[in-house]
Design a protein around this ligand. Structure first.
Ligand SMILES: [Zn+2]
Length: 315
């Protein structure tokens, strides 16, 4: 994926409607305009992202996780404060710094550990979920239920970033040009420590990183390496890593997924798929794939309708 390096007004970005991705390195704007109201919000064929993308605040309801990471929503989400002693939230214009309270607490804890264990001033937080979760206009298939969060693989600078810097600053590319390993000029033991801290948290189920980063972690991790089983190679994730937590206790309407298989996943055969030429340098298809119709409310748990209809939570 080629990073988009020009400033695109949020509305234009949104009009691409899922044809594009919003990764850590994609820029936002300080001049985000609210989306125009929908002509037919009750049309059952309308994309659920149109409905969830217009919600500015969480639903004033007790916290409930409804559905699966890639098709669901959340009631009673909590906002991560945009500034902490050891974290700052990036790309505020996307309004994706909402999550289950357990995830918010986890991020705060990991931010403190990054200072202690990696010597970083703190961490930069990318996308979590929308205020009521649900599908998004750009970027992620998951991040829909408040249990996913992206952390930049770039230490927080030792100062408060401006509003503009939070939209414009780029994360650092960790992967070497040939895509076979990390770039040793930028990937440091601190990166390993931050990822390891996250993987060692009992509520964390999976961490997604680029395969080259997984290869580097496999080579460099010392001591107890059992946490490596949670770190999974995934497309993208060259500039950030992704933390996924399990369904929190008492979330009976949350669809979880099985824990990853035990084992470090570091054998040559475990990573071979990701370093095949066809995966590293995929050929563009001869005929462009037909755009998929957007996910509608019918694909989400029925209770997500009540989440959309609820009044805004007071902040
Ligand atoms: Zn992510």
């Amino acid at each position: 994926m080629t990073p988009r390096l020009i400033l695109i007004p949020l509305l234009a970005l949104m009009s691409l409607a899922g044809a594009s991705a919003a990764w850590a390195q994609d820029k936002g704007t300080v001049d985000a305009k609210p989306l125009p109201p929908l002509a037919n919000p009750n049309d059952p064929k309308i994309g659920a992202k149109e409905l969830f993308g217009r919600k500015v605040l969480p639903a004033a309801m007790p916290t409930r996780v409804l559905g699966f990471y890639a098709h669901g929503c959340i009631a009673g989400a909590e906002g991560l404060p945009i500034n902490g002693d050891t974290w700052q939230v990036m790309r505020l214009s996307r309004n994706r710094y909402w999550a289950h309270p357990d995830m918010v607490a986890l991020i705060k804890r990991l931010a403190g550990k990054a200072r202690k264990d990696a010597g970083w001033p703190g961490i930069l937080i990318g996308d979590m979920s929308q205020p009521r979760g649900g599908p998004m206009f750009t970027g992620h298939a998951s991040h829909q239920v408040g249990l996913d969060a992206d952390i930049w693989l770039t230490p927080m600078p030792n100062r408060t970033l401006s509003r503009n810097e939070r939209e414009e600053m780029s994360a650092v590319m960790m992967v070497r040009d040939d895509r076979l390993d990390v770039d040793p000029r930028v990937f440091t033991p601190g990166h390993l420590a931050v990822i390891r801290d996250a993987a060692q948290e009992p509520t964390v189920q999976r961490i997604f990183v680029n395969a080259a980063i997984k290869r580097a972690l496999c080579r460099e991790a010392k001591g107890n390496r059992s946490w490596l089983s949670k770190v999974r190679p995934m497309y993208g994730h060259d500039y950030h890593f992704h933390i996924r937590i399990k369904c929190p206790p008492g979330s009976g309407e949350c669809d979880g997924q099985p824990d990853p298989a035990e084992g470090e996943g570091c054998a040559v055969k475990d990573l071979a798929y990701w370093f095949k030429d066809s995966v590293l340098h995929p050929k563009p298809p001869k005929t462009p794939p037909k755009p998929k119709p957007p996910m509608t409310m019918a694909s989400l748990p029925p209770a997500c309708k009540a989440v959309l209809a609820a009044p805004d939570a007071k902040q």
